[in-house]
Write a protein that binds this ligand. Structure first.
Ligand SMILES: Cc1ncc(COP(=O)(O)O)c(C=O)c1O
Length: 353
């Protein structure tokens, strides 16, 4: 069976009562919700934004589209915030908006709050990578893209700790383009389910093409802020999240145990007891060759993230991260046997045993 790539659709007979999936927290896509947040802040006169220099292209675009006064703070090799650089750029007296990204198990929000008083500024945190491992109490706004965790056509979590700052409910629109994207993603995820359960090889090109077309359309329409679709909302409720969390942890720990001492790759920050992993990041100078080799063995690993064109040539550290990082899938679709196969193929490629 293949490992990685887009999630297929799984319908479980379960009733989740997790707080995260209450209607009040759910929206369509993160980029659209974030676009609306930034727009409302800008309308209130908040135009100075301090954001990390390492971001995924779609998130960066939401800031760039608004023509703000943007300053970038630096990220270290280990994905933590460069505190010295941050302290030079952070000015708590000015009306700066601080955007923070937590990368994998690295909780930059926690690190920043432990060293700086962020109480007087507006802080937004992207918790896509660690939503299930963070208390989300100290900052003003939290966003997370939920479609990176299970097979749902759309889904974004937004928590507003300070409801006076923005209002996301009144600003939502219905969009026929977004509906088309959701329909395509739902259709492709179901085709993938049939492909996986019946070994229907001939469906693969079909669902990949539909997923790609939907992603391209989303990239072109990232400013539209919509409600979550009904199917995604129901899939979030009927998922057995405890099972999801436990399987991810088990898989992560297996990878850590078996890759930690491999000299040719560097593994990311280890998993703390209460953390639920998003994925298992590794860093290697042979990233592109390794990725290709894994694809030849039907293992499809994403890159979080390629450096956006506009950020190229600006900072050696993020260039290095962007050209060496690879995310190994360790999610609920897989068990230890799959992780064994993944490790053995990586070791074979590197010539170690
Ligand atoms: C960390 C992070 N946040 C947000 C997004 C955007 O989420 P969505 O695809 O729901 O707009 C992405 C990329 O897709 C991401 O990697």
């Amino acid at each position: 069976m293949e490992i990685g790539s887009e999630f297929h659709c799984v319908i479980e007979d379960h009733k989740s009562n997790l707080e995260y999936f209450k209607e009040e927290y759910l929206f369509g896509f993160t980029r659209g919700a974030l676009y609306s947040v930034v727009e409302q802040l800008k309308e209130k006169g908040n135009t100075k934004f301090l954001i990390p220099n390492y971001l995924c292209e779609s998130v960066l675009a939401t800031f760039l589209q608004h023509h703000l006064e943007i300053q970038y703070y630096k990220i270290n090799h280990d994905l933590s915030v460069n505190m010295e650089d941050f302290s030079c750029k952070y000015n708590k007296e000015s009306s700066q908006v601080i955007f923070i990204t937590n990368y994998f198990n690295v909780d930059n929000e926690l690190l920043l709050h432990s060293q700086f008083d962020l109480a007087n500024v507006i802080s937004i945190v992207d918790v896509t990578h660690n939503i299930f491992s963070t208390k989300m109490s100290k900052s003003d706004i939290y966003v997370a893209s939920l479609r990176k965790w299970i097979g749902i056509p759309s889904g974004t979590y937004v928590k507003l700790n300070n409801t006076a700052i923005v209002n996301l409910r009144t600003e939502m629109t219905e969009s026929s383009i977004i509906n088309e994207i959701i329909y395509k993603r739902a259709y492709a995820a179901n085709l993938k389910t049939i492909f996986l359960s019946n070994n229907r090889e001939e469906l693969k090109a079909n669902f990949l093409e539909i997923f790609n077309a939907a992603e391209k359309q989303l990239d072109e329409n990232g400013t539209i802020h919509t409600p979550i679709d009904r199917l995604s909302s129901q899939l979030l409720q009927c998922t057995d999240w405890n099972k999801v969390f436990e399987q991810r942890k088990k898989n992560f720990l297996y990878l850590e145990e078996n890759l930690r001492d491999v000299k040719e790759i560097i593994t990311g920050q280890e998993l703390l007891k209460d953390q639920v992993p998003f994925g298992f990041p590794v860093f290697t100078s042979k990233r592109d060759e390794l990725r290709k080799y894994l694809i030849e063995n039907q293992i499809y690993c994403p890159i979080h993230w390629p450096i956006p064109e506009i950020m190229k040539g600006k900072d050696n550290i993020i260039e290095t991260i962007g050209s060496t990082i690879l995310t190994l899938p360790c999610d609920q679709r897989y068990d230890i046997e799959d992780m064994k196969r993944l490790v053995s193929i990586i070791k074979k490629f590197l010539g170690v045993q």
